[in-house]
Design a protein around this ligand. Structure first.
Ligand code: FES
Length: 120
């Protein structure tokens, strides 16, 4: 889905009212799994697979800005996509924004990939 292409919204992409602040949600956008996170009204989008062993990040826990993968407890700062533990891992970001009508728009055309980090 291309940012600004308001006629091609995936039905699975929610309205901002469906993603509460401090919450995360897994969705499929144009066939790609995406995890959405709402931090103080700002929505971040990442590939919904952990850089470690590709477990779904949407099954993890979110505490403030730290997302902890439920599989082996790797931690990420969702405001940057950077690993906390391990520090060299990176989430795979997708550009996203919230339209004036509240629709969350995610651009998955770039084929973003996570960085596993040296500990994987
Ligand atoms: S799959 Fe996420 S920490 Fe191992």
């Amino acid at each position: 889905m291309t940012i600004g292409d308001t006629d091609r919204r995936a039905e699975s992409v929610p309205h901002i009212d469906d993603l509460w602040e401090g919450d995360l949600m897994g969705v499929i956008v144009d066939g790609k799994p995406v995890v959405l996170v709402n931090i103080d009204g700002t929505v971040y989008a990442y590939a919904n697979r952990c850089p470690h062993q590709e477990f779904e990040l949407s099954d993890g826990d979110l505490e403030e800005t730290t997302l902890t993968c439920s599989r082996h407890l790797w931690e990420f700062d969702v405001t940057t996509g950077c690993g906390i533990n391990p520090a060299d891992a990176r989430l795979a970001p997708y550009p996203c924004h919230v339209d004036a009508d509240g629709t969350i728009v995610v651009d998955v055309t770039g084929g973003s990939k996570p960085t596993p980090g040296a500990a994987s």
